[in-house]
Design a protein around this ligand. Structure first.
Ligand code: AGP
Length: 610
């Protein structure tokens, strides 16, 4: 998730305006920034790694000529956050500049083709490929207009994109296009704008035009044209007036970042499913060859490791050991060795306990693998191989979308491993891969159909003094995560246990009305035994809140309250959709108790935007 912006002014310099707009988009990405403007058919570019204020101090982003330009603030997915990978990207002639938000899935193949044809690449990004594709279109037909060249290039791209393209060959226009990445136009007396979201231009105009997937836009002074990419036919669409404050816009109209990020999960899960095969292949090869595998992390990331240990065992028969990073040195510091492989998981890539455990293992020659959301973070620098999970920046202190993305990556790695090890049939693998593709829609359906209900459940139990979260098998991790969210966001004391453990002590806490949350997917071996656990708790007067599969009448009948998850979720993938109701419960419990979910006391995100 990056932020793109473009503007065509009737008069005046575009650069200061682009700079200010990128600042408003900085929550979408903040590891590098760049601007390109056109003046008298000459292109001017300023870009560098770092946050906007740091780069501005170095290069003065306001001091560029021209009333037309594009800009970008980056959240790296392909290529470390270095100047060479910062946008905009150009072609061999330097006549074309491109900014992009999204992922070009087939960029490796396209890059090889273009290099074969003599193109020279300078960055490791997927985006640079698009600038060369536009150049290549001109090579194929020198009569092409910029729009035709961009359309030709788009037809060769697979993946998600919002592009903005300028060219010194046609210095009076910006051509932009959208497929699955957000794009919106702003219209004012003196200017037309394109942006990843209206936050960027809201202080300048309240008149916005939403752009849909499969649409291309041409911006010229005082004018915008929308066309269908498929057949280049024109589309008429009038601006609508947005009555949001800039603050509201950053949260896209949501009251808090946490609820916004919970609602973003369908989009981030789609983005995580666009993982480069190459990296999945590499990580699964290292795991396949490993003698022993430790999965280390803290907090929510540790819960992703715990769930992954079930996935690797069930799908690939690979035993792995999830360890709290803060305990790793004490627990394994003496035994970890050259035959050990560490998969360290950290969305920020900067958590001290996780890096401390990695350093300990590294000093004993272990192999370090990484899973992170922050390309360029310390974890990416100390890892032999790492995967960027592509969730985009997470502002809320509570990890939500980064957790479901971590689980999605782990499941994709586990599927790769099961293929390598031939532990499950091709049909089973295809079926699981197919179900994974459907998970974004599943999460969308849960939010759409169950959010109100969860809000009412939070209201009903807002004064509860303590909560229990119970799950079995892989959903022990889901129960742990539900507990962590409720504690850290709503300050409600909570206990989580593998349900089978509860009768070995904790059940003594149960008294009438004591809320116990059960995570109960229908698939797998755990459903039956969970019913027994529910009966044990119910017999002692507990209030049963169950997360069940749609139509699971047996458990619904035993529950005081229940939330339904769509049918057909394989148990090994179930933590991804089944954790969403628990995220929402924690959020609404905090709101009910008058707590700001974005800034829980005593906590901070490892890395924040200043
Ligand atoms: C999660 O909501 C918490 N903010 C916290 O437990 C977090 O998961 C933990 O600090 C690990 O962070 P990391 O993934 O950035 O390493």
């Amino acid at each position: 998730m990056c932020g793109i912006f473009g503007c065509v002014l009737k008069e005046g310099n575009a650069a200061p305006l682009i700079h200010a707009a990128l600042k408003r988009l900085e929550y979408r990405g903040y590891d590098s920034v760049g601007i390109a403007t056109i003046h008298r058919e000459e292109i001017f570019v300023k870009k560098d790694q770092g946050k906007i204020d740091e780069v501005h101090k170095l290069v003065n982003l306001d001091d560029m000529p021209g009333s037309l330009g594009i800009g970008h603030t980056r959240w790296a997915t392909h290529g470390a956050p270095l100047k060479v990978n910062a946008h905009p990207h150009t072609d061999c002639t330097g006549q074309i500049e491109v900014v992009h938000n999204g992922i070009i899935e087939n960029f490796i193949e396209l890059k090889a083709e273009l290099e074969e044809a003599g193109h020279k690449f300078v960055s490791r990004t997927d985006t640079e490929v698009f600038a060369h594709l536009v150049e290549d279109a001109y090579k194929r037909n020198s009569d092409f207009t910029l729009v035709q060249a961009v359309l030709h290039a788009i037809k060769r791209v697979d993946g998600s994109y919002a592009f903005a393209v300028i060219s010194s060959r046609e210095p009076d226009k910006i051509v932009c296009a959208r497929n699955e990445s957000p794009l919106v136009l702003g219209v004012s007396e003196n200017a037309v704008y394109c942006a990843s979201d209206l936050t960027a231009f809201l202080p300048l105009t309240k008149k916005a035009v939403m752009i849909n997937d499969g649409e291309l836009v041409v911006l010229t002074p005082g004018k915008y044209e929308i066309r269908k990419i498929q057949d280049n036919t024109a589309i008429n669409r009038e601006p609508s007036v947005i009555d949001w404050s800039p603050e509201m816009a950053v949260k896209k109209g949501y009251p808090h970042f946490m609820i916004k990020e919970i609602h973003e999960q369908p989009e981030t899960l789609r983005s995580t499913l666009r993982m480069q095969e190459h990296y999945l292949e590499l990580i699964s090869t290292f795991l396949d060859r490993a003698t022993e595998v430790f999965l280390i992390a803290c907090g929510t990331s540790y819960h992703a490791c715990l769930a992954a240990s079930y996935m690797f065992s069930k799908l690939a028969f690979l035993p792995t050991y999830p360890v709290y990073a803060s305990e790793f040195v004490e627990q394994h510091g003496k035994s970890v060795n050259i035959d050990s492989t560490i998969l360290a998981v950290s969305q920020s890539g900067e958590t001290a306990d996780t890096l401390g455990a990695v350093t300990c293992a590294q000093q004993r020659a272990a192999t370090i693998l990484g899973l992170t959301n922050t390309i360029g973070s310390t974890l990416t620098r100390v890892s032999r191989v790492y995967i960027g999970q592509q969730s985009g920046p997470e502002i809320g202190v509570a990890a939500t979308k980064t957790f479901t993305s971590q689980l999605s990556v782990m499941a994709q790695v586990a599927l790769k491993l099961s293929k390598k090890r031939g532990k499950i049939s091709q049909d089973e693998m295809d079926d699981l891969a197919d179900r994974m593709e459907k998970l974004p829609e599943t999460v969308e359906a849960i939010i759409l159909t169950q959010e109100k209900k969860i809000k009412a459940i939070a209201k009903k139990y807002r004064d509860a003094k303590i909560f229990f979260f119970l799950g079995r098998g892989i959903n022990t991790a889901t129960a742990y995560e539900g507990r962590l969210k409720l504690m850290e966001i709503a300050y409600v004391p909570a206990i989580a246990y593998p349900a089978g453990e509860s009768k070995h002590g904790p059940i003594s806490l149960i008294e009438p009305g004591f809320p116990v949350v059960f995570v109960c997917p229908k698939d797998g071996q755990t459903h039956k035994t969970l019913i027994g656990n529910i009966q044990e708790m119910k017999a002692r007067g507990a209030a049963i809140i169950s997360i069940v599969e749609e139509g699971d009448e047996e458990i619904k009948a035993m529950s005081d309250d229940y939330v339904e998850v769509p049918k057909g979720i394989p148990e090994v993938l179930s933590p991804i959709p089944y954790v969403v109701p628990l995220q929402l419960l924690a959020y609404y419990m905090a709101v009910e108790r008058g707590i700001n979910p974005d800034t829980p006391r005593n906590l901070a995100k490892s890395v924040t935007v200043k």
